[in-house]
Write a protein that binds this ligand. Structure first.
Ligand code: GLA
Length: 504
């Protein structure tokens, strides 16, 4: 009897590894759970590994990315994985180091080569959990009808630059209160746009739910509407958003209907997780899908494409129903980032028109990383570019200087000029540039920019920059008229500053 028990036990131990895993075997689906109690969300990273013949293969799915392991060294006692994914026309690579400690996979990696080590702890998860959904073929192309919105560049606020993952219902209400009472609404700001991290899971019927930060999106929209403002939201054509939340993949029409039901007036649709399933060449068809879905709701919803300017989006953004399209990667609250983006927009001018705008990203004015002079340059340049003016700071607590920059009506009038012609560079010498923008009624906006660290003087003949002879000029920051009668004009511009005129 004793022998039999022992034999059975032995057989059991010997059989077990075939069903479970060998101690020290990395094979299996490993999940790192990122639990956020405040949101009631769990976002997971999956290491789906297979270890055989001294090699580790498999896939890694994290936030918006899906990597295939290309190289490996080591084993359970210590390993290195190099994984890669095709992202548009370039390849992304990540490197993870890890080891098995008891039942935990301990992994480290760097988000950027110069970033500190991030440590992850993965535990065994059921096979198949976190698998990438099957690819849905893109629809055939057709032109999406213009929705009649955004005749001038959208103005409002977006949560991302200041709040990122910390945006919630109370913040959005507070921002709406501020915008409706501090003069911004009267100056033309209207959209209050919630960016990424509002999303919860889908219910049994597949409907997207908000997470705990937004207990009732319909009630929030009602609140914002009562203030005479409009509410915007954010999603991705991929299975996941950039921050790894639920995207609209396979639920485009359903999500558009949900937004309409909630009373949403603006959608920013961010490529993000779609890169795991589609090539850049398929972007237009994928964006068209949501363009169609938004139109089908019957509710006027501004459609904002966010795919960082890939595949020359300015050439097809309007055709897929887009009212605006990001032209670059993300802005940072820093002079180098703002100027790199803003001053690189010159060639895109012909593609902007009423209803369809180039979007060099949201404003950083008031976020603290630039001086007041630099923020005036930011505001002026965006106005010259007929760019959307989406404030990205905390409107509930800003300095009078920040508010004054954001609500400079004369600069806003340039941005919102109904002719809808985007400005461009007409002169450049070293670190000084002159940009002009044709305005309705035969007027012209002229901006003299000084990108240098020291004050600079620009002297120019009006005729050389295409400004006609009979001139009345007004300084849009000093709010006074300027003598511009002489054929040549000289102006001194502060370091990193601007002088912006309206000439008529
Ligand atoms: C991308 C976008 C940003 C912001 C984040 C949110 O990086 O370009 O503007 O929406 O995603 O995750």
């Amino acid at each position: 009897m004793k022998n039999l028990l022992f034999t059975l036990l032995l057989i059991g131990v010997c059989l077990a590894p075939a069903q479970q895993n060998q101690p020290g075997d990395l094979t299996g689906n490993w999940a790192v759970r990122n639990i956020n109690d405040k949101e009631g969300t769990v976002r997971s990273t999956y290491f789906n590994l297979k270890q055989e013949a001294g090699k580790i293969s498999g896939t890694i799915r994290t936030t918006q990315f899906f990597y295939t392991i290309k190289e490996s060294t080591g084993g359970a006692e210590g390993f290195t994985l190099i994984a890669a994914m095709q992202d548009g026309h370039s390849e992304r690579r990540v490197q993870y180091e890890g080891k098995l400690v008891g039942e935990e996979l301990r992994i480290t990696f760097r988000r950027r080569p110069d970033a500190p080590l991030t440590e992850l702890v993965a535990k065994r998860a059921p096979a198949g959990e976190g698998a990438l959904p099957a690819r849905i073929e893109p629809p055939a192309r057709h032109a999406v009808a213009y929705n009649g919105l955004a005749k001038t560049p959208p103005m409002g606020w977006n949560s991302w630059n200041k709040f990122a993952g910390r945006v919630d219902d109370a913040t959005v209400r507070g921002i709406a209160d501020a915008m409706a009472s501090n003069g911004m609404r009267e100056a033309g700001y209207v959209y209050i746009n919630i960016d990424d991290t509002w999303e919860g899971a889908r219910n049994a019927a597949g409907e997207i739910q908000t997470n705990k930060k937004f207990p009732d999106m319909k009630a929030l929209a009602d609140y914002v509407h009562k203030k005479g403002l409009k509410l915007g939201i954010y999603s991705s054509p991929g299975p996941n958003t950039c921050a790894g939340y639920e995207g609209s993949y396979g639920h485009e029409e359903q999500d558009a209907m949900t937004y309409a039901k909630w009373g949403i007036d603006y959608l920013k649709y961010d490529w993000c997780g779609a890169r795991t399933l589609y090539t850049d060449e398929e972007m237009p068809a994928i964006y068209q899908k949501m363009g169609d879905a938004l139109l089908k709701t019957g509710r006027p919803i501004v459609y904002s494409l966010c795919q960082y300017g890939r595949l020359d989006v300015w050439k097809w953004g309007a055709e897929v129903g887009g009212n605006l399209w990001r032209t670059t990667g993300d802005i940072r609250d820093a002079w180098d980032s703002m100027t790199r983006i803003g001053f690189s927009q010159h060639e895109l001018a012909p593609f902007a028109k009423p209803g369809h705008w180039n979007d060099p990203d949201m404003l950083e004015i008031g976020n603290g990383g630039m001086t007041g002079t630099e923020y005036k340059t930011h505001m002026s340049l965006w106005a010259m570019l007929a760019a959307p003016l989406l404030a990205g700071n905390d409107l509930r607590q800003m300095t009078p200087e920040t508010l004054a920059i954001l609500t400079n009506r004369e600069v806003i009038a340039v941005d919102q000029d109904k002719l809808g012609k985007q400005g461009s560079r007409v002169w450049k010498s070293g670190e000084q540039e002159i940009w002009t923008r044709q305005l309705s009624g035969g007027a012209m906006a002229v901006a003299f920019f000084n990108l240098a660290k020291d004050e600079a003087k620009i002297s120019v003949k009006w005729a050389d920059i295409g400004v006609s002879a009979k001139r009345k000029a007004r300084d849009l920051w000093l709010h006074q008229s300027v003598d511009a009668k002489a054929p040549e004009y000289s102006v001194t511009i502060p370091a990193h500053g601007v002088v912006m005129l309206r000439v008529s």
